[in-house]
Design a protein around this ligand. Structure first.
Ligand SMILES: [Zn+2]
Length: 176
């Protein structure tokens, strides 16, 4: 059952939508050491340390794009979302342009709420933007749509990353 906007798409775009919708899970690339990187994002957010979150987010995305064998992405973690920007999302994906690599921007705070965004929201936002990149670079779709399949890929990858994070810590939650 596609989302309502499907009906307004051209037949060619509906075909892309259906391709996207048909891919319903996304596994971690084999051998990617991602658990500690996820843990570093959590720790950086807890300390409200933008530079640490930026470094850990870039490291996580670097490991994932290397594992999927797709072009790299520059990750930018910004302190606060611009106030004139509307909507609930906390991130932005900009595809590559010529020599400029693709870029993900993620905000640590929303304009409305000054609090640091919750760790799982932050991780989900980062992976959401990565999924746009994978639509173009891994699945070779000409366009990237928010489909049910898209959100399922996002969810399965986030869940796998959280499992890896848990496996990278000892029973007291300390990072190994
Ligand atoms: Zn999106």
């Amino acid at each position: 059952m596609p989302f309502a906007y499907y009906a307004r798409l051209s037949p060619a775009r509906q075909r892309i939508y259906r391709q996207s919708d048909a891919i319903v899970s996304l596994d971690l690339p084999p051998g990617a050491a991602v658990g500690p990187r996820v843990a570093h994002i959590r720790a950086g957010l807890a300390r409200d340390d933008r530079a640490a979150v930026q470094t850990a987010s870039q490291a996580l995305i670097d490991a994932l794009v290397a594992g999927y064998r797709v072009p790299r992405i520059r990750v930018r973690v910004l302190a606060k979302r611009p106030a004139d920007d509307s909507g609930e999302l906390h991130g932005l994906y900009e595809p590559d342009e010529g020599a400029t690599p693709a870029r993900i921007s993620v905000w640590m705070r929303t304009a409305a709420r000054r609090d640091v965004v919750a760790f799982k929201t932050f991780l989900r936002t980062l992976i959401h933007e990565l999924c746009h990149h994978l639509d173009y670079e891994l699945y070779k779709l000409p366009e990237t749509f928010h489909t049910e399949g898209f959100y399922k890929r996002e969810s399965t990858l986030v869940a796998a990353l959280l499992r890896e994070e848990a496996a990278a810590a000892d029973p007291q939650g300390r990072l190994l």
